[in-house]
Design a protein around this ligand. Sequence first.
Ligand SMILES: NC(=O)c1ccc[n+]([C@@H]2O[C@H](COP(=O)([O-])OP(=O)(O)OC[C@H]3O[C@@H](n4cnc5c(N)ncnc54)[C@H](O)[C@@H]3O)[C@@H](O)[C@H]2O)c1
Length: 252
Amino acid sequence: MIKVILNGCCGVMGGVVTELVEAEPEMEIVAGIDIKDNGKTEYPVFGSLSECSVPADVVIDFSSAKAMDSLIAGLKEKKIPVVLCSTGLSEEQLQAVQELSKECAVLKSANMSLGINLMFKVLKMISPMLSEAGFDIEILEKHHHRKIDAPSGTAIALADAINDSMEEKFKYTFDRSSIRAARDPKEIGFAAVRGGNIVGEHDVIYAGTDEVITISHQAASRAIFAKGAVAAAKFLAGKPAGFYDMGDVVNV
Ligand SMILES: NC(=O)c1ccc[n+]([C@@H]2O[C@H](COP(=O)([O-])OP(=O)(O)OC[C@H]3O[C@@H](n4cnc5c(N)ncnc54)[C@H](O)[C@@H]3O)[C@@H](O)[C@H]2O)c1
């Protein structure tokens, strides 16, 4: 039985993961971590990982960037493998996550879905060719009105995948409101829409002369992220220290 601690257990994703793990015969949530206990979980809830005395094989995190410093401190003490799904981390926090991976197994992905991880591969394949042919690359993402970071971690990860495939790296333009100049051919522009309960939509737009190619992914439910996180936790439990990503879990 794989024993899981769920960080951010009382949030929306925490609820989806809890439901999914209940149906898993070889996995159980033994404790949750959250700054507010909604009283709905069957497992005990602690205010931080350091305060949690329950032994576990792996931590799944769907909380927020604000929770990261406390989570990293707890993981440094306990050395439990962690699946990090929270987005919007600062440069300092990303550095701290890299440092942590020298002490325990860390799997971090801005998007746990099979579709987006497949999209990373497709973008790496087509971007050099289309850029060479003069296509401009823009990323449009849409999310629900509760989301606090913009652009989404997934949008940045999509741009990073494109840049991985390019000899000359593209710069990222997050805001054009103060720029009075035509776009640079070597830039990737981002646009973020926030509204209603949109789960998550990402379009990578390749705009050429007289033709446009759009590679698009739409998440219809949060279950795809929870499913990916559960698969990642199964993969990571018992793994040695190191930095892993969803490419290690899904065979795409
Ligand atoms: N990687 C992915 O595939 C993926 C998919 C969906 C969401 N996310 C990310 O997961 C995170 C959570 O999303 P959500 O929609 O569930 O948000 P949410 O706001 O509904 O839930 C976040 C939970 O974290 C808790 N929290 C805040 N500070 C904490 C702390 N210091 N310690 C422990 N818990 C704390 C909050 O009380 C809340 O219950 C966000 O960063 C989101 O962008 C990632």
